[in-house]
Design a protein around this ligand. Sequence first.
Ligand SMILES: [Zn+2]
Length: 428
Amino acid sequence: MVHGPEMFSWMKILFPLNRSLSGEGNRETLRYLQTLVPEMKIGEFKSGYSAFDWVVPHEWNVKNAFIERIDGSRVAEFSDCNLHLVGYSVPIDKIVSKDELLKHLHYVDEMPNAIPYVTSYYESNWGFCMTKQAFEKLGEGPFRVFIDSSLKGPGEGGVVNFGEVILKGKSSQEILFSTYICHPSMANNELSGPVLSIALIRQLSKIYHHYTYRFLFLPETIGSIAYLSENYEKMKVKTIAGWVLTCIGDKGAFSYIPSRLGNNYADRITKEVLSSIVPDYVTYSWLDRGSDERQYCSPGIDLPVCSVTRSRYGTYPEYHTSLDNLDIISEDSLEESLEFLSHLVKKIESNRVPKSKILCEPQMGKRNLYSNTSTAQSYTAQTKRMIDTLSYLDGTHTLEDISTKCGIDMKQINEILEVLLHHEIIEI
Ligand SMILES: [Zn+2]
């Protein structure tokens, strides 16, 4: 089991990086995650690539940015906090009046000590964000606005990166976990998803699993759209359940956001597991969605994907501001969330329903599964486990039911099933 403090230590390292839809901060993030999970592949979509109705944007990088008063004092320095700069700001070095600057300034009236998170991905623009307290001390100007950023387009090597981890199981049927890597210095609505995904991968890679697991680390919206445009045909055939992981590291109650149709396998398992471990969880409607479940569940794509958060995006005051920082993350909450995800996986792995293809007890001796010479010694514990398991293969008992009824652990049941499948005695 990965513990809360370890996940939190990964968050601390990732927190300062300047993530966005693209750029060096995203690659640094993915490279760091790759040190934790070497199975991770870092992929890319070229700027200008058409994905359904969208075009992959330019790659954005920033060296420095600030607002400078005439006396040389600076405010809203990017090097102090990357949230000071509006995401995807174009380069500029210009003296502007206060009126002109105000058209490009953002702060939150109700939260005087919060820097808001603002982006302008698809409209060429520039801007700065600051606390209301800082805004009130700004002075009258004029001001020098300086942004040393670059935007690399098609043909200039611009790319949007993503991470992908595929943990192959016995079956080609897949479970999907998707999270995003596009918010700069924010903790719950960003880093909680990737670190929990990494912790879950580490756990899964150490245990037997029947299903194949696909973990995605994408910039939100354009990342999942571009990924789906390349993969949705095979994902539609293979995916039996999936979850979007975000806002899952704070102390809030567990919250469930259903899929668009609300009744797929992921929905059912989520409700079952939440009811059994945290019955007071919050249920939202599909209309409260806000992350990549929008893409996975869009008409025609309709993958069986829902979402589980702690405090849902948009419902907690720190959301999309500099106050969504490491202070609102709890190591215990991270660990509880990982336990919840482990339960989901356990449930899905043990929810398979095997059925015998043979009426009456199969003759095991002719398949060399029992000794044909019947002695007291030939009836081993393993033989008993196999016969006990067989006796419940009526197509109504899940592996979990059989495990409980027969007192056999899941690893042993899986081994028995492998043998029975190999001899074509059962179907699942
Ligand atoms: Zn967000």
